[in-house]
Design a protein around this ligand. Sequence first.
Ligand SMILES: C[S@@+](CC[C@H](N)C(=O)[O-])C[C@H]1O[C@@H](n2cnc3c(N)ncnc32)[C@H](O)[C@@H]1O
Length: 260
Amino acid sequence: MPLEFPSPHEIDRLIGSSAYRDSRHPQSASTHNIVTNWFAARYGADRCIDEQPFTSGDFGNVQNARQNHIVSRAFSGKTLLVGEGNFSFTASLVFDHHAIPMSITSTIHESSRDISDDAKTNVRKLSRVGVTVLDNVDATNLDRTFHHQKFDTIIFQFPNAGSREPNRGHNPNYVLVRGFLRSAVEHLRQDGEIIITVVNSSYYDGRFRMDEAAEYAGIKNFYAIPFSPGDFPSYSHVNTNDEDSALKEHQSFETWILQP
Ligand SMILES: C[S@@+](CC[C@H](N)C(=O)[O-])C[C@H]1O[C@@H](n2cnc3c(N)ncnc32)[C@H](O)[C@@H]1O
């Protein structure tokens, strides 16, 4: 008897289920297979039911997608991205790594009227496959947009306040990050994580003061791991103003994992 093709509603339910979100759940692998194959069938990705969803070298420069912490988090329940600029990091998660579009909400601080043509193209592509795309989202005031909504992972790639003017006596980037962390902790599900990627240099450490920002937000567990832009082939980082691109100007980057 042919298997019934699950409805979008059913897939949404599965993405919210513990079988999907908890890799230790006995039905974890089969639930991930159903969801992955539903998207493959619906959006034409070249995968089939019995194929291993991820193998080494499948995705451009990605050697083993599942080993990339951000990618594996994007497969663990609902993900929110803030300050996405041109949406190309989200596009990489969805189109390079086949993260589940319906589990992703991708946002920018600006109004959609003010975004680049590249950003508009990514918005169209992402919306078409089921990503929720929102503008006017302030990472330091997530309540205003998300009210009581919670996520498993909240990601901010290369936060930059776009100003050098001290804010209440502090570096504006430190103020941005600590405001983001304080807001994000209120929108995390149990075992949720906040992820922030920055340039790895003592100069940037001084600007963000991640330890102090985490402490300000009441986060006790945090650590940094290396970030390789090559793992995200479709990612074309953008800058807040006309500053030089951090990815072009620097070679070493780190991703902070913060677990309240
Ligand atoms: C260096 S850009 C990085 C953009 C994108 N994340 C990337 O990696 O290409 C910094 C981003 O932070 C955003 N930003 C600054 N303040 C923000 C805020 N309060 N809420 C959300 N985003 C903010 C800017 O709009 C800008 O897109």
